[in-house]
Design a protein around this ligand. Structure first.
Ligand code: SF4
Length: 376
């Protein structure tokens, strides 16, 4: 299990629920639009709102955004997203609960240099330590957390000269920053390895986590597939990458990146968490695809059951086409709705029959009554 850190009043890692986060896509200087969007995101379930801070002015404006959100009764922690601009990070770290830096471009500057001698490489590492010292000092004083977020698309030339544009390079890039933070006794850290290629994202995260553990570190991990796109493809890429790692037991916070309004990401995030059993926020339905043995309208029944049980968080309901295979196949369902002849339904509680051969027209009501009576 990862260690637990605090981001404002939010706990992350160490057994806390896997946190759902997203990022605004408004102009950071447009306080009103950013605040309105952040509020919509929070309304949809977002627990951590990231806002880009490309320069010092934008970083300063995060303070106004924070203030306005508080005035509107919203205490959601904010994360400043930083690329290329240490000064903006230092300003933001005094105003918001977390800063995200990209180790590929926080201090390294790309100049077209393809080869680094051992000495040049180590000099650069020393420079990272010096450059990070002031940000770390500010974070410590303000209890600001930091995400060290490596992106496949923006590794430094120095890292690429040694490791190539690879999962190994991504993991090493973050490990270098992790060492710097540990040397300076700063531990409010989260790490991420992101790529638009799902396999690279999964491989680099697994690699990073194994290296981190080997070094005795246990920081929380943020998961996400970048540039996943929109629609079904974006959702499936995110589900595949994030889901695979959650099933490995890796991941303390997730972001589903879609080329859509950010508040659309939250339902998908919660669906992914539910699908892998990482965070249960809705009922679970175990329904068979039906086949020639089904003698009632299972599709209609499933829709009706879902509509009437949406509030029963955590309850597992099996909806099965036939009595021959249904009861055995609905696995660990708490309740079962199983076809038992022409238009007839038999209700189960666990593996036990509770009511036999009810007319389909009454069966959904009976099922809901059965569950609700048990919950009284
Ligand atoms: S449970 Fe019965 S109806 Fe459903 S797919 Fe299996 S055999 Fe067919």
């Amino acid at each position: 299990m990862s260690r637990q850190i605090k981001i404002g009043n939010l706990t992350l890692g160490g057994g806390a629920p896997v946190r759902v986060q997203s990022m605004t896509n408004t102009d950071t200087m447009d306080t009103r639009a950013t605040v309105e969007q952040a509020l919509r995101m929070v309304e949809a379930g977002c627990e951590l709102v990231r806002i880009t801070a490309p320069d010092v002015k934008a970083a300063e404006n995060l303070g106004r955004i924070k203030e306005e959100l508080l005035k509107r009764g919203c205490e959601v922690p904010l994360v400043a997203d930083i690329h290329f601009n240490p000064k903006a990070a230092e300003v933001a770290a005094t105003l918001v609960e977390k800063v995200r830096v990209n180790p590929g471009n926080y201090t390294d500057r790309n100049t077209g240099k393809l080869e680094f001698t051992e000495r040049e490489y180590n000099d650069e590492l020393k420079r990272i330590g010096e450059r990070m010292a002031s940000l770390i000092d500010i974070c410590k004083r303000h209890h600001t957390a930091m995400r060290i977020g490596t992106n496949h698309g923006s590794l430094s030339e120095r890292i690429m000269s040694r490791y190539g544009n690879s999962p190994e390079g991504m993991a090493q890039s973050a490990i270098e920053f992790a060492r710097v933070c540990e040397e300076q006794d700063y531990h409010d850290l989260v790490f991420s390895m992101k790529a638009s290629n799902v396999k690279v994202m999964v491989d680099s995260t697994r690699l990073f986590v194994s290296k981190m553990h080997a070094m005795g570190m246990d920081y929380p991990i943020h998961l996400g597939v970048t540039e996943a796109g929109d629609g079904m493809q974006g959702r499936l890429k995110s589900a595949a990458g994030i889901g695979a790692l959650l099933l490995d037991g890796i991941g303390d916070t997730i972001r589903v990146s879609l080329t859509e309004d950010p508040e659309k990401e939250m339902p998908i995030a919660y669906d992914i968490l539910q699908a892998v059993g990482a965070r249960i926020t809705q009922p679970e339905y175990i329904a068979c695809p039906s086949c020639g043995r089904t003698q009632y309208d299972i599709q209609k029944a499933l829709q009706e059951i879902k509509a009437k049980t949406v509030h029963l968080v955590g309850v597992k309901i099996g909806v099965m086409g036939c009595i021959v295979n249904g009861p055995g196949e609905m696995a660990d369902a708490d309740y079962g709705y199983v076809g038992s002849g022409h238009g007839k339904i038999t209700l189960y509680k666990g593996k036990e029959v509770v009511k036999r051969d009810i007319d389909q027209k009454d069966a959904v009501e009976e099922l809901v009554k059965l569950i609700e009576n048990d919950r009284l």
